[in-house]
Write a protein that binds this ligand. Sequence first.
Ligand code: S3P
Length: 171
Amino acid sequence: MAVIILVGFMGSGKTTLGKKLAKQLGYQFMDADDTIEKLHGATIQEIFAQSGEAHFRKLEREFIAGLGETDNVVLATGGGMPCYGDNMELLNKVGTTFYLKRPVGELAQRLVNAKRVRPLIQGKNHEELIAFINVLLPQRELFYLRSDYTLEREQQQVLFIRFLLHRDGIC
Ligand code: S3P
């Protein structure tokens, strides 16, 4: 019984890997953005547009505070969630955290191709995304790197994560 928490920049693949891992472990999958959207009856884009980013960060903080009794869950966090206040510390208390690391160019490519609208990068082309990520990622990595595990891209596989969880007696 455990809570597995995936953190990382937008486009790092938290949701895709999280769903696969949850299935393998027989756990429930939870996406922080989806849960916040359902709870507040508005999309992330609408929350940003109507109430601003600071309000969205408050909702993220409330979401983490509500995780107390959660168990048998794989949680995909939003890319900014660990990087505000003591959120990363709280996430580390709630569960076992994994940072999904990826090179800047790859993140930019994945975000250019993504269907989901992300308010922070809306309308940015590939070059603009590279510049944006180059500024933001080093700031955010200070938080991501406090995860229990940092996974390089080739380690971001269900089997490898299961091996780590088993090896370290987590689940
Ligand atoms: C954000 C990342 C998004 C979402 C929101 C803000 C960020 O989640 O929470 O648009 O600040 O990096 P994903 O990482 O799932 O794209």
